[in-house]
Design a protein around this ligand. Sequence first.
Ligand SMILES: Cc1ncc(COP(=O)(O)O)c(C=O)c1O
Length: 388
Amino acid sequence: MNKIEKVLKTYGTPTYIYDIDILKSRVSYLKEKFGSKYELVYAVKANTFIAKHLEELVQRYEICSPGEYHICKKLNISPQKMVISGVYKDQETMEEMLLEETDILKYTIESLNQYHLLDALTKKYQKKIHLLIRLTSGNQFGIEKEELLELLENHHSPWMMIDGIEYFSGTQKHSIHRIEKEVTLLLDLLEEIKKRGISIKEIEYGLGLPVFYYQGEEFLEDEFLTQVKQELDRIPIKVTLELGRSIAASCGFYLTKVVDMKENRYGKFAILDGGIHHLVYYGQTMAMKIPYYEILPQREDTEETYQLCGSLCTINDFLVKNIRTRTLHLGDVFVFQKVGAYSATEGISLFLSRDLPKVVLVQKNQMILARNTIQTSDINFPNNVVEE
Ligand SMILES: Cc1ncc(COP(=O)(O)O)c(C=O)c1O
């Protein structure tokens, strides 16, 4: 019996499995591709459950909300590994962070208001901090290049050290030309900074490396990463690579069981005990693409075409349409692969008050129940109802 079958036997469905051995070999691969010059920053939003297991493998964690911060703190991840990012930084959480016994490694600045907030708080608490200023890519995140240059020129705080720039413009970037353009943009910015007689130490760069989730999509990752590294090598200062999806996706599996079947004039339907509230790859694919999956128990059988639906009350709850696969029976379990990033956190998990799946971490021969089933009926319950 393999690891997945063991988890299935012990914990049933719906369940996420995160395989820490796969995670570790994935990070080793990325490190090997980029070389020791490039440190890795793990974007915690991709998957909080695996964060602790990356402690020895990544240099930093990118944390974007009070919730992510409290999870990392509870996991005993050192503040010296934390980069506090996020478009909304509230005063209360910033004060809590500043008063940490061990200093937070760095804070990002996403707006001038964030700069002024941290300026005031560091003065108040006489606390030295390190900053990365986020350059916008034309949206609500970060600040404009001109504002950034002005901020660097006028920055005189004895409490805040500006170490560098943060840049992230989006995810699933598979075009080397896009990366090349971004690196050129960053080099131009470095030139402008230098012209003003200012020097910065580093760029934290969210590359948005892609994951190919669906069958039939061809992508030569090895070659692509070699090209990406060549682009990065043009940057003359330290670069750290902020990554979520590319680190986390491959270690995850989502197990969901066929709980009902029917056939009507529109086709054969298999109803699963999970659904689109648990399974998120990237964007809206309208279930037209076939993800990587296997079906347990393994069985030689004839093939049929099915519509795979979840158990939500919405006609949109299609996991896959027109999937040609072996004949299904009640109790068969679909094991969807590459679900280690975002699936558990981005889904519309509260819809229909269905339970949240279990989360099981597997490593070597060990299974750890990282989260038991959670009933969302408690979360969706209005506990201030007035009884008549
Ligand atoms: C600032 C920032 N950095 C890094 C990431 C991680 O992106 P990815 O999962 O594409 O690596 C995100 C994702 O939203 C982000 O907002």
